[in-house]
Design a protein around this ligand. Structure first.
Ligand code: SF4
Ligand code: SF4
Length: 444
């Protein structure tokens, strides 16, 4: 129930509040309240409430900044916490408003005044410490291996959670479960491995492993490494990495995000020419480590960060063997809006001959996953997801696969498709290229 996610009662106290700790609140200054951003906002489209729109939230953030509203005001909290942080409003704005920067500043101010809700504290606490999340995800993997999450996936909260876990499986496992795309694979198509190409000293790439990606999507990490090698990169590993800190930063816990970022900078600094990331949410923050940390080392590291699609697109990439699937690309918000990477994932997929690639209406809109948003506000997250699933259901011909480059989106969209009983799988784009290379015999 959306209503159940709203806070009870008004607790506004109009005590003086500190000014924004972030200097970036000025990013909201250009807003002229024109409203062009409203149709791009998924939460506004669900509720039709001005307070759930970018324009309404900007008014609230400015009031908070000026001390006219307290960070404890229940209405302000409701609308600002209800924001997905998807940044869909930024490209829609003709005035160049930096909505994301303003939201970060407001959330940091709220965090400093109130801390986190008990649920958010619990979830973020888990991701802060590898000693907690590693065994938890190991249990999740063991459960996934039983096949039960696939059988138990459905519409209710439990069924949706099971659908999310089932959707973190490898693309080929999902295909077997659906008995739908298995026949598309077949045996090797007899394409001989291409001769090695590229410079004598190939560019080195260190893989950013992250937390959820490493725990549930290690198959995407393997696909990333294999496809990069085929395209002339030397891929190396680095120990000592932790969660990127994006979940913490989005919640306003900038201190928590900085401490995780510091560990990652120490682990990755000076290791390679590039740092490759295959999770849009992690990549967006890693590219922003310089601003987050305010250090030269972090800025230098951030300048080397690339989404896997960017590195592959830079090389062509090398074409693989044909795969005859209908595929719809869904752009993760933190790839298209935060990183402004639009073409590279499509270039990567175009290297798979025979793929019937489409972009469905609403594919550029948030799926409702949004970090830990789907845990904290499940009803709104599902309402936002529903319009995307409806668009997929209406597509003719129906796609075999939805591809998207972010773990939260893969699990959210995958669970939504399962809840709607649509026989459509989800995959990371690099999984398709990897399958195509495998079919081409590039891996020997
Ligand atoms: S954020 Fe941009 S598009 Fe939205 S109301 Fe302000 S100026 Fe207009
Ligand atoms: S970030 Fe997304 S949910 Fe928040 S105001 Fe902008 S478009 Fe709406």
């Amino acid at each position: 129930m959306l209503k159940a996610e709203r806070r009870n009662g008004g607790t506004a106290d109009h005590s003086l509040v500190p000014s924004f700790p972030h200097s970036d609140s000025s990013a909201l200054d250009p807003c002229v309240h024109c409203g062009f951003c409203l149709p791009a906002c998924p939460t506004y489209l669900v509720t039709g409430d001005e307070g759930d729109s970018p324009r309404g939230r900007i008014v609230l953030m400015r009031s908070l900044e000026r001390g006219e509203m307290s960070p404890n005001d229940s209405g302000l909290l409701e609308h600002l916490e209800g924001c997905l942080g998807c940044l869909g409003c930024e490209p829609a704005c003709p005035s160049g408003v930096g909505y994301g920067r303003g939201l970060e500043a407001a959330r940091e101010q709220i965090f400093q005044a109130r801390g986190l809700s008990p649920l958010a504290r619990l979830v973020l606490g888990v991701f802060r410490y590898g000693k907690i999340w590693r065994p938890l995800f190991a249990m999740a993997r063991a459960l996934r291996a039983t096949g039960l999450p696939h059988l138990l996936s459905g519409r209710g909260r439990f069924g949706f959670g099971m659908g999310m876990l089932a959707s973190s499986s490898e693309m080929t496992e999902q295909a077997e479960q659906r008995k739908a795309v298995g026949e598309q694979g077949g045996s090797s198509l007899g394409v001989t491995a291409p001769p090695p190409r590229g410079p004598v000293a190939p560019p080195t790439v260190v893989l950013f492993r992250g937390c959820v990606m490493n725990a549930l999507f290690s198959h995407v990490h393997e696909a990333t490494k294999r496809t990069l090698r085929v395209n002339g990169y030397r891929v190396i590993e680095a120990r000592g990495q932790v969660c990127c800190g994006a979940l913490h930063e989005h919640a306003g816990d900038v201190g928590g995000a900085r401490s995780l970022a510091a560990a990652n900078v120490a682990a990755l600094e000076g290791r390679a020419d590039f740092i490759v990331v295959n999770s849009a949410g992690c990549g967006a923050l890693l590219k922003d480590y310089g601003r987050l940390m305010g250090s030269d080392a972090a800025a230098k590291l951030a300048a080397k960060v690339r989404d896997v699609s960017e590195l592959l697109a830079e090389k062509g990439p090398r074409p693989g063997a044909p795969i005859g699937l209908d595929v719809a690309y869904d752009a993760p918000c933190h790839l298209q809006h935060a990183q402004r990477v639009l073409e590279a994932p499509l270039a990567m997929l175009e290297a798979v001959p025979g793929l019937r690639l489409r972009i469905l209406p609403g594919s550029d809109r948030c799926c409702g996953s949004a970090g830990i948003y789907s845990v904290l506000r499940p009803a709104m997250a599902r309402a936002v997801l529903d319009s995307k699933i409806a668009s997929v259901a209406e597509a003719r011909p129906r796609p075999d696969l939805i591809v998207t480059g972010n773990p939260g989106c893969l699990m959210q969209i995958g669970a939504g498709l399962r809840a709607a009983r649509l026989p459509i799988g989800v995959a990371h784009p690099v999984e398709l290229l990897d399958l195509s290379y495998d079919e081409a015999g590039y891996y020997g």
